[in-house]
Design a protein around this ligand. Structure first.
Ligand code: GDP
Ligand code: IMO
Ligand code: MG
Length: 423
């Protein structure tokens, strides 16, 4: 069986967690392929609201096996807190959560390095979640990292010490005033590693290959969004992994010709948390209303998310880079009540109108050109079928489909699992 992918097409927080949870009933395996605890994937059902960080969003279902792939970076401390969160719901994670031996481990000093690196950048800071993501991927590509499989070796603590010592020297090099007690952080880390080691570590590429051979259905879950991809995003204001479809191949060991559907998720408007260019950002009461109605606060850091109109130039780019086969539009309910809606359909770039995403999209380089739509006033949150959706919304959907050349298959009208319309 082919492996289906689900990924965010904007700057993250599109609603990936919700949709993976909705789709899990159709899959045997849910596999996270990149990112780490910088992600916050929110699930809501049966009066429960739950935020997952490293654990795949299929964990609340009885049957599905959840795999953390080699492309993911794991902080044992955050991970154990996540497990504790699941204990409250009696989730038997020892049976249905397995971890790739090739996934890399976030050390306490990686988090500290993230902090000093950001502090040293001053105004040019990325706005990182400071979870140690960048430094851990740097150690991975620099061939210095510690992997989950290393934790099974007898001498792994020696390897740890050597790397932590090197990190301490690097932290000092930054010459930034930072207070920390490494002993305390290490005690917490080593305790968490003990608990982490109670879980099953696997050669996940082999596991997923055999699962495919047996005809099992697999959904790969992405974190962050395409515009945060280290290659194709708004560099340097990006994360440190490949968030796009190719990242699922390298992050799970799935061959490119084994990819099936590519589900691309986007919000009916746009948000971004952290620094970096955002051509359609709004600084007026329209943006404030989106933030308020959409509860646009980061699931990980609680930071206010910047809001703006839908950017179709960027969305088309993301569909292209990922080979999206089906779109899913989230948070359409948040747009109810706006008299006029705007969608960016091209940019003014160096005096010319262009339809593709150029190298520079900072405010001084691009000016968004908008197409306007009549808004709708109906409350969508109780609607359950396409027939009930207002005509203006169907026009909005049709326009996006025509521009991207991809059909919208799911329209989400609220955070709950049930507030999902298949069209
Ligand atoms: P993820 O990182 O892509 O999984 O998304 P987050 O969980 O960080 O952010 C999405 C937020 O929007 C969460 O608070 C969800 O509960 C919420 N959400 C998801 N879909 C909808 C929707 O269709 N309407 C509304 N109003 N909220 C939604
Ligand atoms: P999910 O999976 C939104 C952003 C940070 C920052 C930049 C780099 O919930 O969609 P990092 O911690 O990776 O060094 O941060 O990327 N960022 C996210 N924004 N959703 C996320 O994940 C994000 N993960 C990282 O805000 O701008
Ligand atoms: Mg999120």
């Amino acid at each position: 069986m082919a492996v289906d992918l689900l990924l965010g097409l904007q700057w993250g927080d599109e609603g990936k967690g919700k949709i993976v949870d909705v789709l899990t009933k159709d899959y045997d395996i849910i596999a996270r392929f990149q990112g780490g605890p910088n992600a916050g994937h929110t699930l809501e059902f049966d009066g429960i609201k739950h935020v997952l960080r490293t654990i795949p969003s299929g964990i609340f279902h009885d049957k599905a096996i959840n795999v953390i792939g080699n492309g993911v970076v794991i902080d044992p401390v955050v991970f154990v807190k996540e497990l504790e969160g699941l204990d409250k719901f009696n989730i038997n994670y020892k049976k249905k959560l397995i971890i790739s031996r090739k996934a890399h481990v976030i050390l306490p000093t990686h988090r500290l390095l993230d902090a000093v690196s950001e502090a040293s950048k001053g105004k040019a800071k990325i706005g990182s979640t400071l979870k140690g993501i960048g430094p851990t991927y740097m150690d991975k590509t620099g061939r210095n990292g510690i992997r989950i499989g290393d934790l099974e070796l007898e001498n792994w603590e020696e390897k740890y010490r050597a790397l932590a010592n090197k990190h301490e020297a690097m932290i000092n090099f930054y010459n930034v005033d930072i207070q920390y007690d490494l002993n305390e952080l290490e005690n917490e880390f080593f305790e968490a590693v003990k608990i982490l080691k109670e879980l099953t570590f696997i050669d996940s590429e082999e596991y997923l290959y055999q699962a495919q051979q047996q005809g099992k259905t697999i959904l790969a879950e992405g974190a962050q969004g395409s515009l945060l991809d280290v290659d194709f995003g708004t560099y340097p204001f990006v994360t440190s992994s490949n968030t796009t479809a190719a990242g699922a191949c390298t992050g799970l060991g799935v061959a490119p010709n084994k990819i099936g559907e590519v589900f691309g998720i986007f919000k009916a408007y746009t948000t971004r948390v952290g620094s970096g260019p955002f051509p359609t950002e709004l600084f007026d009461e329209v943006g404030d209303t989106m933030a308020k109605v959409g509860h646009e606060f980061g699931a990980v850091t609680g930071r206010a998310r910047r809001c703006g109109w839908l950017d179709l130039v960027a969305l088309k780019y993301a569909c292209q880079v990922n080979g999206v086969t089906q779109l899913m539009m989230m948070k359409g309910d948040v747009l109810s009540g706006f008299k006029t809606l705007k969608v960016c359909t091209s940019y003014k770039y160096k005096g010319q109108e262009i339809n593709h995403l150029p190298y520079n999209i900072e405010q001084e380089n691009v000016e968004p050109i908008y197409t306007e739509f009549k808004g709708w006033s109906e409350d969508l949150t109780k609607m359950t079928s396409k027939d009930e959706l207002p005509k203006e919304m169907l026009d909005y959907i049709k326009f996006i489909e025509d521009e991207t050349g991809v059909s919208i298959k799911i329209v989400s009208v609220g955070p709950n699992r049930k507030q999902t319309i298949t069209i």
